[in-house]
Design a protein around this ligand. Sequence first.
Ligand code: ADP
Length: 227
Amino acid sequence: MILLDRVTKVYGNSSTPAINRVSLHIKPKEFVILVGTSGAGKSSLLKMLTREEKPTSGKIVVGGIDYDKLKDKDIPLLRRRIGVIFQDFKLLPNRTVFENVAFALEIAGMTNYEINATVPRVIKLVGLQGKEKNFPHQLSGGERQRVAIARALARQPKILIADEPTGNLDPKHSWDIIRLLEKINDYGTTVVLTTHNVEIVNKLKRRVITLNHGRVTHDQSQGSYKQ
Ligand code: ADP
């Protein structure tokens, strides 16, 4: 599903690579937690998966797509296969819950008929029925993150990248979001989660990949994390 072969990323003329010969294989339907201190290279790795950044050297293949052969016109297709959610939610403030999710589908070229069938389904999946007409400022942090998840899932991605999704949430809402990610994973989506939350990492008992100075220093199948 996700294959990295000796991937290196050097920004500009920096003398130290942000990612240094990283090789990884993440299987379909895996739930992987990526950890590491600030500056370890997590964002750089995720940005190469979404093609916001290109590696300086090495090979990346995601869902059978070889990034070396990827043309600019194929990037929208790639982005449809990979959903991303962020710490700061990135919702459109002047649009309702329904419209935030629908907008992502309009961009993807779905018809109104498809949009009206899909949006209620994903809103239900994330547990936001009844909030369709609310604006983001009328929601709690946890609910806003659910909207972001609904928006990412609406396009039925094969992979969901969750980049510090609980960074702005209190413990209860954090766990609600983590449980939702587990449910999405149970339905068959590969999940790549980054977090600094030691308790979440240790309780989840999932594969934990640790980055340090751009290198993978640990890759444990029921991993733990010490800061
Ligand atoms: P993390 O997400 O683990 O905090 P990053 O991938 O953001 O780590 O950063 C890894 C290294 O790459 C850091 O030394 C950072 O300063 C550098 N870096 C990240 N993005 C850029 C960029 N756009 N230009 C130059 N250096 C960058």
